[in-house]
Design a protein around this ligand. Sequence first.
Ligand code: SF4
Length: 212
Amino acid sequence: MTPIEQRNELLAGKVIKSLKTRHIDGYYCATAEEAIRQVMELMPAGSSASWGGSMTLRDMGLTKALHEAGCYTLFDRDLAQSPEDAQAIYRQAFSADFYLSSANAMSEQGDIVNIDGNGNRVAAIAWGPKRVIFVVGVNKIAKDLDAAIKRARGTAAPINTVRLNRETPCTLDGVCHDCHSPNSICNQIHIIRNSYDNGRFCVVIVGEELGY
Ligand code: SF4
């Protein structure tokens, strides 16, 4: 194991311990491939699932693997034929057994931070689907909650506006201007700081850089 791999495992172990105190399950997977297997182990065949807009889930191949497994009912927004179709899928997501998401940032103490423009993702995370599984690369872990919010707003959001080619000030210079643009993707900020002890939230930390 390289020093980086050792450090990632140690850091993930610390975060998973912190999550436990907040009644959130945690797993560590050294690679994205292992994480796909872990997520699918958590999801019994026959379950329904949906997910939010996430480069992590797509790039690591998780959404593709779920389709290929052929044993899940999937509400996949990427298959929407129209904006109305997409809205219907967002609503179907609330009744899913599982909702999958990455996080824009996490703190070492176990806070989970997500920023949303439309609100469908943070709404489904907050309530609706029976279980929520987060898949989070170690690159998203910040020192504390303040640093996690700064990461989500100052790093993740401007990269996403550039990716989406949004007409926002950060698309022009890569820096957050705390804008009130109608095109802002930072309309709602959601923080999970604790959970009921009902196994609803689970975090799979991956020892690789995933997403922004
Ligand atoms: S400038 Fe606006 S859209 Fe860009 S990161 Fe800041 S709040 Fe979000």
